[in-house]
Design a protein around this ligand. Structure first.
Ligand SMILES: [Fe+2]
Length: 445
């Protein structure tokens, strides 16, 4: 009895000691990330989290200098802060601020926090607002085993493309969008200083919703973790929106809402208006669900025929998607857009080879570098070991006519199904694999 009592007391004391450390640790800002709510050449939005002891938090910023003695020039903005009690791990204060009035093409230093608890200083460069060439990165689903293996895509992509101007995520950044443990906590640990220096743009996947299977009820964590533009249709803010970065427009569509006719109509009309009004050089659209369901255990078919028609009407060059947990690239009916389905994390599916697919891949972690000039888009898909996996170029002539040139001399396709394929898929899907693969390979001869 005595021993049990002593053990209990020791447990309480040890627990209290660990807990006190945690309190101090989490009073420091963490999950810091930058994005845009407004114009990228003159503003930068910042998001972070602390424990509930830091009720008021600030962002401090100044033009970056090589000298470390810049404190006298620092400006300060008080964050908008929100206490969130519905978390699975603790009560957190989420903070965000939109820094405006910045100079274009200028490097700034910033930090977030208050009192004795501040983040480290980090840097961002505002967009130039002109049309010089630049590169951005795209990632399909990270989703599962985020820290263990998803991190390879995030970290290796920045090592291979440190010049990238932003990171675009096609949804399912986590597996359970309503949970911090094993999900958002791992996602932010994966990026850490990268997310403090490279702006994120993200579109919600079905797994950022509370009912992941059907993609219903966007988790509150989406709005708490990120600060995106409020320029979407009413009721869809920060999930359907656009960012104009220099000469390109990046549109995020939350097509998890597609199943509701009212939402579908609103998003379709809004998208057409955004395409019609745009006067820059290129539009990119990202939505989580691929246009064609390409995972072998899903019913094949075009998911969004009215959006497909809209993309063709406006000749959107590239649509960036995920959800299938494999790689596929191609055009449908020889028209623009070029559809891309990709995956950055380790969870993989076997493929069903839709007729439109020109290049496929399975059992691969990938990221995409998209190089933009006023007249050319150079798309490169790389493995996380840095090897070229796929490539194509879209060019625009003086009259605005687009042409499409798939890469030549690409390495052999990796089409090996995941190791547990035979356990996870119905027998007929396993049995037909070999002949479907041969049909696909023969078609390319
Ligand atoms: Fe998904």
């Amino acid at each position: 009895m005595k021993i049990r009592f002593l053990t209990a007391i020791m447990g309480i004391l040890m627990g209290a000691a660990v807990s006190a450390q945690d309190i101090s640790k989490y009073q420091y800002p963490h999950h810091v990330n930058i994005s845009w709510e407004t114009e990228p050449s003159t503003s930068q939005s910042v998001n972070w989290r602390t424990n509930e002891l830091q009720k008021v938090s600030f962002v401090e910023y100044t033009e970056a200098t090589a000298s470390p003695f810049f404190e006298k020039d620092v400006k300060r903005i008080e964050a908008e802060s929100e206490t969130f009690e519905g978390g699975d791990d603790a009560v957190w204060n989420y903070h965000s601020a939109n820094i405006i009035g910045l100079k274009p093409n200028t490097l700034y230093s910033y930090r977030v926090g208050n009192g004795n608890f501040w983040s480290e200083w980090a840097e961002f460069r505002t967009a130039t607002g002109t049309n010089e060439p630049f590169t951005f990165l795209y990632y399909g689903d990270v989703q599962r085993f985020i820290l263990s293996k998803g991190s390879r895509a995030i970290r290796q992509s920045i090592i291979h493309s440190p010049e990238a101007k932003f990171m675009l995520f096609g949804g399912d950044m986590v597996h359970r969008g309503g949970l911090n443990k094993e999900n958002w906590n791992e996602f932010f640990q994966t990026g850490e200083w990268i997310y403090q220096n490279y702006p994120i743009i993200g579109t919600p996947g079905n797994h950022e919703h509370l009912i992941a299977r059907s993609g219903e009820n966007l988790s509150e964590h989406w709005g708490l973790n990120f600060r995106f533009p409020q320029n979407g249709p009413e009721g869809h803010k920060e999930e359907t929106f656009y960012v104009d970065y220099n000469n390109i427009r990046v549109i995020s569509l939350n097509l998890c809402r597609y199943k509701y006719p009212e939402d579908r109509d609103v998003i379709l009309k809004w998208t057409e208006e955004r395409l019609k009004e745009f006067e820059g050089d290129w539009v990119f659209i990202t939505h989580h669900y691929a246009m064609d369901a390409s995972a072998r255990n899903r019913t094949p078919g075009i998911r969004f025929p009215d959006f497909k028609a809209l993309y063709e009407k406006y000749e959107v060059p590239i649509i960036l998607t995920g959800h299938e947990h494999l790689y596929a690239r191609g055009r449908m009916d020889d028209k623009f857009p070029v559809y891309v389905v990709s995956v950055s994390g380790p969870w993989q599916n076997a493929i069903q080879f839709g007729n439109w697919i020109e290049r496929a891949g399975t059992s691969l972690q990938l990221f995409q570098e998209i190089k933009v000039t006023p007249t050319e888009l150079h798309y490169v898909s790389k493995t996380i070991t840095g090897e070229l996996y796929d490539e194509f170029t879209v060019t625009k002539d003086k009259k605005g006519k687009l042409s499409y040139e798939p890469g030549k001399n690409l390495p052999p396709e990796s089409l090996v199904p995941p190791a547990d394929f035979k356990d996870r898929y119905k027998k007929e899907l396993v049995d037909s694999w070999e002949s479907d693969l041969n049909t696909y390979l023969n078609k390319k001869k």
